[in-house]
Every structure is written in structure tokens, then in C-alpha cells.
Design a binder for this molecule. Structure first.
Ligand code: ARG
Length: 481
């Protein structure tokens, strides 16, 4: 959940601190205004507020349950936090950059609201385990939203594919027409990639869903904190097992960003094909007005900008991952302030990824596929040369020899300006006597596709099986539903 960015946050950063720092005890002098501006993170980490507050509420309740603070104080803190959250959600909260980050803004507002008892919230806790907890909670929610978007996208591809299991188009290698496939099979190749992206999200979620709170600044706490109780309340499946690791671990973010990067490549490749296919040269698709734009100069243009931008965004996803990896490389244990640099890259990738998945789904749903153009492109009998070679293999000829024979046929076609279907069975026999009267029969795109029934093949029968397996992926019980 994103909270509105306050414009005042940045401008106020230039002024010296008005409020006392929560960590100000040992300091005599104030912080230079330029340092405050340089080190603040509240202008971007304020979107963690709802998650930070949820973590704080669970922590406060636990402190009360464990009699570390009086139950009544815990209740006051929880109520005060609810008030702070309500103000933030209503956009009535002024984040103060002098208070550095979202955590101290919330705590300071709490104490302002309920008095010195607010100062008990931070008992047995540090911002280091606090920020790790809030970020994990935030990332978990982001994973869930992205996973749902992927399920929708895969569902849309399945829906389109159901209608296109008989739609023949050329399959390409090296961007050269190679062999006929079906549109369903082609689109489902992307559904497979997205299903892997979905599984990966589930795996990253499991490693995200671990509670660091109770790790303190770096070495836990001597107070009888009930970590398991906090985990249960926040829906974390496990506790981090080493306090030093817990406050310095950003692996869950790297995994999320690398899943995003990989998925960005998949989305980018699909979008590239839509761009290519929407060109006059291919004409395989017509993209909807809603997802294209015109040219300011050329009235006839319909540009596939959305697909192009999604293709372009993949670079940004990769960049964010590299930026984060580089930021943590070589840091000594445990928490280091460098780590504050994680948030903008993380947020940017998460937002970019989710938007790309959602837009791809909508764009695909609105795209018209031109079966006629595809059929025309697939009509070239040369795409069936392999079928003739396979015919000879079935007659007992070693494949290499069969390849040679059909190669000669293809050469003859080029010389005589013919195509493979122009040879009579008798003429075929001149190239190899294993060719029988039934040989020309294999030169049929539909038959060629229909015969490829192996698991993973393009035959309608095999594609039906593939779609069933994907439906199973969508039906799996998942924590995000
Ligand atoms: N804003 C900080 C971050 O994002 C929170 C943790 C700060 N801890 C500290 N000891 N200064 O990393």
C-alpha cells in the first residue's frame, strides 16, 4: 500500500531540525541541515508505514503479554498507533525528514499523541530489526499482489489459447520460418515462462516470510521477548536463527529483484513479438487502440508503445538488481547504513514489475489475432521439408541420408521455381525410391502439426494436455489467495 508522498518532506529537509532526535542523548551539537537531507529516508520509506505499524503493534502486544511493560501501557500504545495509522492513511500526517525515517516519524508521533508511555514501544527492539521486519512484511504483500497478477495473466493466455489450438502459423528459429506450429502453442510458451515466474514468487515468498524482530541492533535482547508469538500474529512462518544475519540479510530482496529481472525478460520477449507481429510485414496481430498511440506527424501510424515500454522496463529491473547487489557486496556484518539504499531500488522494481504484468495481461486480452495472415505465412510448403525427411526415416532410411535427399529436392525446387508439393509421386521417386504414392500426403501443415503429439508438442491433443497442466498450476492452493 503506497502512502502519498508529501511534497513538504523534501523542502523541509533543508531546514535545521525542529524536533529533538530520538537518539539525541549523547550528542551536544545538532546535525548539519545538509546531512539531514542526505541521510533521510522518510521521503521514500514512508510507504512502509502501514507495515511498520503492524509490526509495532504486534511488538507492543507481546511486550504487554510478557509483562515487560504493563498490559495497560501496551494497550495505550496499540491504540495510539492505530491513530497514527489512521492519520497517515487519511493523508493527514506530516512526515518530518529531521526524524530521518518512517520508523522514527511514527514513534515520535505516537509519543506526541499518548505521552511518555510511547517511549516504551522501542523496548527490546532496534530500527535494524524493525526495518527488516517492515520491509519483509511489505515485500510479502507485494509478492502476493504480483502473484495474483500472474495468475490472471496465465488465465488470459489460457483463454486465448483455447480458441487457437487449430490456428496454424510458422514457428521461427533465427527469425526464419522453420516449421508450422499453432498460435495456442506459441502463446503457451509464454504461459510456461510466467508459470515459472509464479512458482519463483512462491519460493521467494517462503524465504521472505521469516521474522527478524527480536534480533535487536545485532545481538538480540536479554529481555524475555516472545518472538514466536510476534511471528504468529504477523503471519511469519519462521524466525530468523542468527541475529547478526537477520539485521544484515537482504537476500530476500535480491531474490525478489532477480525474479523480477528474469520475469522482465519474459515480458520483454512477449512484447517484442507483439511489436513485430503488429508490423505490416507480419500483420499477425492488431493491437487495440487502448494500448497503442498515434504519431504526432504521421497520421497513419498506430504505435505499440505499451509493448515497447514494457520491453524497455526490463532494463530497469536488471539495473536495480545490480545496484542492490553492488551495494551489499563487501559490507562487514552486521547492519550498515548503506543498506538504507535498498528501498528505492526495491520499490521501483516492485512497482515496475507489477505494472508490467498487469498491463501485459490487459493488452493481450485486447489484442486481435489475424488467423488469415498467419495461415498465409504458414502456407509455404517449404516449411514441411522436415516432414518429407521424417517420411523417409519411417521407411527405414537413416536420417542423415533422408536430410540429404530432401536437401536435393529443395535445391531442385529453387532451380525450377517450384515448391515441394509440385512434384508428383513419380518425380519424387527419382530422388529416392523409398518415396511411395502416399508421400505428398505428408506435405500438409495441419497434418504435420497434428502428428506432433509428444508431451510438449504443438498437436492440439498435446496442447490440450499442456493447458490442463497449467490449469493445475493455477488451481494449486496458495498463500496469496
Ligand atoms: N532508515 C534505516 C534503513 O532503512 C533504518 C535503520 C537505521 N538504523 C540505524 N542504526 N541507523 O536502513
Amino acid at each position: 500500500m503506497a502512502t502519498k508522498k508529501k511534497k513538504s518532506a523534501k523542502s523541509a529537509a533543508a531546514k535545521p531540525a525542529k524536533k529533538g532526535k530520538l537518539w539525541g542523548g549523547r550528542f551536544e551539537g545538532g546535525t548539519d541541515a545538509s546531512v539531514e537531507q542526505f541521510t533521510e529516508s522518510v521521503s521514500f520509506d514512508q510507504r512502509l508505514a502501514p507495515f511498520d505499524i503492524r509490526g509495532s503493534m504486534a511488538h507492543a502486544r507481546m511486550l504487554g503479554r510478557q509483562k515487560i511493560i504493563p498490559q495497560a501501557d501496551a494497550a495505550k500504545i496499540v491504540k495510539g498507533l492505530q491513530g497514527v495509522l489512521a492519520r497517515i492513511e487519511a493523508g493527514k500526517f506530516d512526515f518530518d525528514p529531521a526524524l530521518e525515517d518512517v520508523h522514527m516519524n511514527v514513534e515520535s508521533a505516537l509519543t506526541e499523541a499518548i505521552g511518555p508511555v510511547g517511549g516504551k514501544l522501542h523496548t527490546g527492539r532496534s530500527r535494524n530489526d524493525q526495518v527488516a521486519t517492515a520491509t519483509r512484511l511489505w515485500q510479502r504483500a507485494q509478492i502476493d499482489a504480483t502473484a495474483l497478477a500472474f495468475e490472471k495473466l496465465i488465465g488470459t493466455i489460457l483463454k486465448i489459447s483455447e480458441k487457437e489450438t487449430e490456428t496454424i502459423l510458422p514457428g521461427y528459429t533465427h527469425l526464419q520460418r522453420a516449421q508450422p506450429v499453432t498460435l495456442a502453442h506459441h502463446l503457451l510458451a509464454y504461459a510456461q515462462m510466467f508459470a515459472r515466474d509464479l512458482e519463483r514468487l512462491g519460493e521467494v515468498r517462503a524465504r521472505t516470510n521469516v521474522l527478524p524482530l527480536g534480533s535487536g541492533a545485532l545481538s538480540g535482547s536479554s529481555l524475555p521477548l516472545d518472538r514466536a508469538g510476534v511471528a504468529k500474529e504477523l503471519g511469519f512462518a519462521a524466525l530468523t536463527q542468527n541475529s547478526l544475519d537477520a539485521v544484515s540479510d537482504r537476500d530476500y530482496q535480491f531474490e525478489f529483484l532477480s525474479a523480477a529481472t528474469l520475469s522482465g525478460l519474459h515480458l520483454s520477449r512477449l512484447c517484442e513479438e507483439l511489436v513485430l507481429w503488429s508490423s505490416a510485414e507480419f500483420g499477425f496481430v492488431q493491437m487495440s487502440d487502448a494500448f497503442t498511440t498515434g504519431s504526432s506527424l504521421m497520421p497513419q501510424k498506430r504505435n505499440p508503445d505499451v509493448a515497447e515500454i514494457i520491453r524497455g522496463k526490463s532494463g530497469r529491473l536488471a539495473g536495480n538488481l545490480v545496484s542492490l547487489l553492488t551495494m551489499v557486496k563487501g559490507l562487514p556484518l552486521s547492519y550498515n547504513r548503506d543498506m538504507q539504499e535498498d528501498k528505492e531500488r526495491l520499490f521501483d522494481s516492485a512497482d515496475t514489475w507489477l505494472a508490467c504484468v498487469q498491463l501485459t495481461e490487459k493488452m493481450l486480452r485486447a489484442t486481435k489475432f489475424n488467423r488469415k495472415k498467419m495461415a498465409e505465412a504458414a502456407a509455404d510448403p517449404m516449411l514441411l521439408a522436415t516432414e518429407l525427411a521424417d517420411y523417409l526415416v519411417r521407411k527405414g532410411l537413416p536420417f542423415r541420408q533422408a536430410h540429404e535427399v530432401v536437401g536435393k529436392l529443395v535445391a531442385a525446387c529453387e532451380k525450377q521455381n517450384k515448391t515441394l508439393v509440385d512434384f508428383t509421386p513419380g518425380e519424387l521417386k527419382n530422388f529416392c525410391e523409398l518415396f511411395g504414392a502416399d508421400a505428398p500426403g505428408v506435405l500438409d501443415a495441419r497434418a504435420a502439426v497434428g502428428a506432433r503429439t509428444l508431451v510438449g508438442g504443438p498437436a492440439p491433443k498435446a496442447v490440450a494436455r499442456q493447458m490442463k497442466e497449467l490449469q493445475k498450476v493455477l488451481a494449486k492452493p496458495r498463500p496469496w489467495r
